[in-house]
Design a protein around this ligand. Sequence first.
Ligand SMILES: [Zn+2]
Length: 343
Amino acid sequence: MSESTTKDWSDVIGHQQQRDWFAASLSQGRFSGSMLFVGSPGSGKRTVARLLAKTLLCETVPAKDMAPCGTCPSCTQVQAGNHPDLIHVSKPADKSSLPLEKLIGPPENRMQEGFCYDIQLKPMIGTRKVAILEDADFLEKEGANCLLKTLEEPPADTVIMLIGTVEQKQLPTIRSRCKIIRFSLGNENAKKLLRQVHQVEASDDELQNAIETSGGDMHVAQRLLDSEANQFRDALINQLNAEHPDPIKISQLLTKHCDQAGKEARKRRHALRDAVAIALQFFRRKARDAAYSEQFESLTMARLDRSVRAVRELERNANQATLIDCFAADIAAGITGDRGGIG
Ligand SMILES: [Zn+2]
C-alpha cells in the first residue's frame, strides 16, 4: 500500500483528530477556504489532502459522510490525477523553489494560466473546486505574495490546501490567511507506517532509533533502516566514538556514502543529510548521558554544535566536498567550526 493507492480513510495511519475535525466541519456545512497542512515529511499530509479532495468531489456520497465511493467518475479521476476541478501544483524535482509561472502563468501569459487563474474558473463537474499546493516550504516571496488574494478570498465552495513542513517557513501574511492543520504521527503510528506502508522489516528498537535520528522525517527514517545504511551507521559511529577520531577516515566514509547514492545532486544531498543526522543524534545522546552523570564533556558539546552547523550548511546548499572535509576535520579536532559566519 503506497501513498498513491491509499483509497480510503480507513487506510490512513494516525491523524484521527484531524479527520474528526474535517468530519465535524463538513457536517456543519462550513467547509471552504484555505488551509495550511504542516508536519514532518512523510507523515501523510499529502495522502490526507488527496483523500479529502476525493471526499469533497465524489458524486455519489455526500462529503460529510467522509466515505468517497471510489467508483464514480470523479473518484476515478481524482485517483488518476486528472480531475478537472482538482488543481494541483508542486515543485519540480530539479528546481529549488516553486516556479512563479506555476502560480500565475508564464511571463507571456501572466494571470491567464496557473494556480491562481485556474482556481477562479467555474467548476466543470460539480459545484466546488479543490486545490492542492504541495511544497509550500519552497514558495518564494514573490510567489507567496501572488497567492495572498486567492487565499484570502477563494471562490465560494473552494477548498485550498497548502502543504508544508512547519508554519514558520511561511510568511506571516500566508499563515494569517490559512487555517493551520498540524500533523504529527507519534512513535507508534510512525512505526506502523514504516512497517505497513513502507514494508520495513526491523525490530522495535531499530525503528525507534531510526525515528529518533530522523527527527520524525519518515523519508529519512526509511533510508536509515535499509541494511547498507545500518552498516554505514555502525562504521560512522565507530569513528565518532573513537578516542581520537580520524578525520581522513570520517571524510572517506562520508564521501563513499554520498557516492553510493549515485550522481543525482538531490540524492547525494539526502545521503549527506542522513549521515549528519546520525552524527547529530549520536552526540546528542552522548551529551545527554554526560549531563545525567553530572559531567560536562566540552568535546562532545563542540561536536554536537558542529553537527548542528552541518545541518544548516546543508540547508544552504553548501558545497558537499568542502562540507565533508571541514566537518570531518572539526569533528576529529573536537571544535565547533564556528568561523564567524552565520549559523
Ligand atoms: Zn465517488
